[in-house]
Design a protein around this ligand. Structure first.
Ligand code: IMP
Ligand code: MG
Length: 198
C-alpha cells in the first residue's frame, strides 16, 4: 500500500527530535481490519494463536486480534536484537518464551516491523521446531530495502522506505511507542546510526 508524506509533529519534548507523520492512525486502523479479515478468510475454521513479539507489536496485535472473528488466543515472546549498540549486531537472543506449547496449532507471529529480517528468521526457526500446524507472519510495516535474511511475511500492513520510524508500538530508546500514527524520526544534528534502539 502506497504511503503519502504528512506534516511534522512535535517531538515528545526532546530537543533535536521531530517526527514527520508517515501513516496516520486512521489508515493504520483501516489496514489492520483488512489484514484481520484476510487472516480469517485464509483460516476460516481454525482456532488461531497470535504470538506477539514484545514490545513493539502490542498495539498492532491488540487491534488485529479484535478484528479477527472466531476463536483467537494470544501469547507473547520477547527477543533482544541489538544489545546496547544502535546498530544491528545481527545477534538475536530470546528474553521471554511463550507460556504454552504451539504443537499442532495455527500460529500467526505478529511483529511491528520487518527490517533486516534477522529477528523473524531466528524466531521462525525456533517456532518451526515446535511443530505448529501452520506458521504465518503478520507485520505492520516492511522495509524491503533493508532485508538481509530471506524472511517472508504473509500479511504486511505497509511497505515503507528505508527510514527510521516510531509510533504505534515502535520506539526510539523506549519513547514514542504511544504515538497514534507512525512517523519518521528526524534527529538534529543528523544521527548517522541507522537503527537507534530496538
Ligand atoms: P530486524 O531483525 O532487523 O528485522 O529488526 C526487527 C526489529 O528491529 C523490530 O522488531 C524493531 O524492534 C527494530 N526496528 C527495525 N527498524 C525499526 C524502525 O524503523 N523503528 C523502530 N524499530 C525498528
Ligand atoms: Mg520489535
Amino acid at each position: 500500500m502506497a504511503i503519502k508524506k504528512k506534516t511534522i509533529r512535535s517531538s515528545q519534548g526532546m530537543p533535536g527530535e521531530k517526527v514527520r507523520i508517515l501513516i496516520p492512525r486512521q489508515r493504520i486502523h483501516r489496514r489492520i481490519q483488512e489484514l484481520a479479515k484476510q487472516i480469517r478468510a485464509d483460516f476460516p475454521e481454525e482456532p488461531l494463536l497470535l504470538v506477539g513479539v514484545l514490545k513493539g507489536a502490542v498495539f498492532f496485535l491488540s487491534d488485529l486480534a479484535r478484528g479477527i472473528p472466531g476463536e483467537v488466543s494470544l501469547d507473547f515472546i520477547a527477543v533482544s536484537s541489538y544489545g546496547k549498540d544502535t546498530r544491528s549486531s545481527g545477534q538475536v537472543r530470546l528474553t521471554k518464551d511463550l507460556d504454552a506449547s504451539i504443537e499442532g496449532r495455527t500460529v500467526i507471529v505478529v511483529e511491528d516491523i520487518l527490517d533486516t529480517g534477522m529477528t523473524l528468521q531466528y524466531l521462525l526457526r525456533i517456532l518451526e521446531q515446535r511443530k505448529p500446524k501452520h506458521l504465518r507472519v503478520a507485520v505492520l510495516l516492511d522495509k524491503p530495502e533493508r532485508r538481509i535474511a530471506s524472511v517472508h511475511a504473509e500479511y504486511v500492513g505497509f511497505s515503507i522506505p528505508n527510514e527510521f520510524v516510531v509510533g504505534f508500538g515502535l520506539d526510539y530508546a523506549e519513547r514514542y511507542r504511544n504515538l497514534q500514527g507512525v512517523g519518521v524520526l528526524i534527529l538534529r544534528p543528523p544521527d548517522k546510526a541507522n537503527k537507534p534502539g530496538d
